[in-house]
Design a protein around this ligand. Structure first.
Ligand code: TPP
Length: 635
């Protein structure tokens, strides 16, 4: 029996001797690598904090104390130690473990998170609550070097010293975001890492200066100032010290006995403490360690790697179709070659958004601003004013961070900018990562335009259109294969929908990637004797009242179909626009995402569950047309 076999809970970890912990780490590492390389998931980050996680559970009791992981993707070893090791193989599967902390799985997962940078704020809130309530607890936040570069992390660090709290922040510095970490803070961490190893020496240094014969207690002001400059140059962590955090490190984050020793000491410290650990993303897994960028997120074995190519159909000789991301990236490169004013911006996602290819093809034309979506959008506002044509390639869910900058820095300025929103729709990762709100949050503000393509060719045409459009365009596309257009793509006209099938009085108005689903559903319905009209909405703002109005007037049933929240989405935009135009729709069926957070699971299964497949849509319509026409049909 292995040591890990005997460990089901943090209490079991605490029963071990310190010199057994590295054995436990080795066994957990082997299991994590074996399982996650089959199931897929975030491998590199968990391997990087494996020793830290064991040490944390060894020293703290998180049934009482508080632990907050930033982002949360590094929590797999934590899950293995908190009663979930038997379910590791279900990671990110339907009804399996979530790839992020999830309070429904364990009381030790305090928050369901997935967006970076918020751990210090959350931990401060917890510590503040404990202080007010008089609870004696320790609070720990674990944040990566890239997450630390997020604006909100700086805000938290800046505010911390005002609160007189006990908080331990552990900076997990592996020099990697998903790509290498960028920014001045990251270079500062490098200087700390490469400087002389030095812990707590500031005090010694101050003492030393105080006792220098000439200077001593009688230092005049200028000498004191130079001493302080001297101290800040050679004393590591002085930036944190200025923020009110006592700095410790950098330490080797894989040296378990030392970690245990350090955490034991730090546990007893009051006030704000920052422990800087040097770790290796993917430690112990050659493939991950050599290419942590690629293996930040491992795909399940049966699928091809995350290189933009879609999963090949089982045993079929069907040629692979590119993903929407790939189509976007290739077209952007083509357009940028022809127009020097096109520049691309990513917030730490050059791979995920495909911009890594553009940086290779056109060096200097892509700006990676780190995990700073607010800055990415405001930066685009500046570029637009400078007569450039910024394209912010960003996941729909992460653009939520930049909402106010879209409002002020883009829309109020009527800036020319394309918000290329990848992963718009359902993804495998769950509630924190689905992109289900972008139409709603963009379309309510003046000057915004919302578009979505139904095919690879339409994405290409829309991207070219959006870049030339005067103003800000939100262009959304999903994490999926980009199908070939069912017919030659009609030119994109501002605010114009495109009728694909002029059939009977069941009108199917679909948006983006749901258009092919609507077409396939219409084929099924035709077999049932129901002839549908299928309209590709193309724009959720402005709505093409000239096309939809007459269609609605003759509709027996008017169906809207989208992979977006029903609240505020394409269907709701359509109803509003038609109502304002005085068109009433006799019977309406809105198909989309209901008003509830959608959990994790494979995208295909989630689409099925939510009825966003040809069968699902056809069934809903069959059910609806079976009802008396006068009765309104709810969502
Ligand atoms: C707001 C936000 N933007 C982008 C991402 C995508 N993302 C997930 S993990 C990650 C890198 C995190 O790096 P770091 O904080 O250093 O932690 P590590 O993975 O190295 O442990 C990024 C950019 C995110 N989760 N949240």
């Amino acid at each position: 029996m292995s040591l890990f076999d005997s460990v089901d809970s943090p209490q079991d970890v605490r029963r071990l001797a310190v010199d057994e912990l590295p054995v436990l780490a080795a066994e957990m590492r082997a299991e994590l690598i074996e399982t996650i390389s089959k199931t897929g998931g975030h491998l590199g980050s968990g391997l990087g904090v494996l020793e830290l996680t064991i040490a944390l559970h060894y020293i703290f009791d998180f049934s009482h104390d508080r632990l907050v992981f930033d982002v949360g993707h590094q929590c797999y070893p934590h899950k293995m130690l908190t009663g979930r090791k038997g379910r590791l193989a279900t990671m990110r599967m339907d009804d399996g473990l979530c790839g992020f902390p999830h309070p429904e799985e364990s009381d030790t997962d305090l928050f369901h998170t997935g967006h970076a940078g918020t751990s210090i704020s959350l931990a401060l809130g917890l510590a503040h609550a404990d202080k007010i309530a008089g609870n004696d607890r320790r609070t720990v936040a674990v944040i990566g070097d890239a997450g630390y570069g997020a604006g909100v992390a700086f805000e938290a660090m800046n505010a911390a010293s005002e609160l007189d709290l006990n908080l331990l922040v552990i900076l997990n510095d592996n020099e990697m975001s998903i790509s290498p970490t960028i920014g001045a803070m990251s270079r500062y961490f490098t200087r700390l890492r490469t400087g002389p190893l030095y812990t707590g020496a500031k005090r010694e240094l101050t003492e030393f200066i105080k006792h220098m014969p000439v200077i001593g207690e009688t230092l005049d002001r200028s000498i004191r100032e130079s001493a302080s400059v001297f101290k800040s140059v050679i004393a590591p962590g002085h930036v944190f010290e200025e923020l009110g955090f006592e700095y410790f490190g950098p330490h080797d984050g894989h040296d378990l006995p030392r970690l245990v020793h350090t955490l034991r000491d730090l546990r007893e410290r009051d006030g704000l403490t920052l422990l800087h650990l040097q770790t290796r993303k993917g430690a112990g897994c050659e493939l991950a360690a050599d290419d942590p960028n690629r293996l930040h997120g491992v795909k399940p074995k049966k699928t091809v790697p995350n290189d933009g190519e879609a999963e090949p159909p089982l045993g079929a000789p069907v040629p692979k179709r590119p993903a929407y991301t790939t189509v976007f990236a290739n077209k952007l490169i083509e357009l940028a070659r022809e127009d020097d004013r096109i520049v691309a911006i990513t917030a730490a996602m050059p791979d995920g958004t495909g911009l890594v290819e553009m940086e290779r093809a056109l060096p200097g034309r892509v700006a990676d601003v780190g995990i700073c979506e607010q800055h990415a959008v405001a930066f685009a506002g500046g570029l637009a004013k400078g007569a450039y044509k910024p394209v912010v390639a960003i996941y729909s869910t992460f653009l939520q961070r930049g909402y106010d900058m879209v409002f002020q820095e883009l829309l109020i300025q009527d800036a020319n900018c394309v918000l290329a929103m990848d992963r718009a729709g359902l993804v495998d990762d769950g509630a924190t990562h689905h992109g289900l709100f972008d139409i709603a949050y963009l379309r309510t503000m003046p000057n915004s335009v919302c578009m979505a393509p139904a095919s690879a060719e339409e994405l290409e045409a829309m991207l070219a259109f959006a870049i030339e459009h005067r103003g800000t365009v939100g262009l959304r596309y999903p994490r999926d294969v980009a199908p070939a257009a069912s017919e030659p793509v009609a030119p994109i006209e501002f605010g114009k929908a495109h009728t694909l099938r002029d059939g009977g009085d069941v009108i199917l108005a679909a948006y983006g990637e749901m258009v092919p689903v609507a077409e396939a559903a219409a084929d099924r319905l035709l077999a049932e004797g129901i002839d549908c009209t299928v309209i590709n909405g193309r724009f959720a703002k402005p709505i093409d009242v000239a096309t939809f109005g007459p269609a609605a007037r003759r509709a027996r049933l008017f169906v809207t179909l989208e992979e977006h929240a029903l609240a505020g989405g394409f269907g709701s935009a359509l109803i509003e626009a038609l109502a304002q135009a005085g068109v009433s729709i006799p019977a309406m069926l809105m198909i989309g995402i209901p008003d509830a957070f959608v959990e994790h699971g494979t995208r295909g299964r989630l689409l099925e569950k939510l009825g966003l497949t040809p069968e699902g849509v056809a069934d809903r319509i069959l059910e609806a047309v079976g009802r008396p026409v006068s009765a309104p049909v709810g969502a």
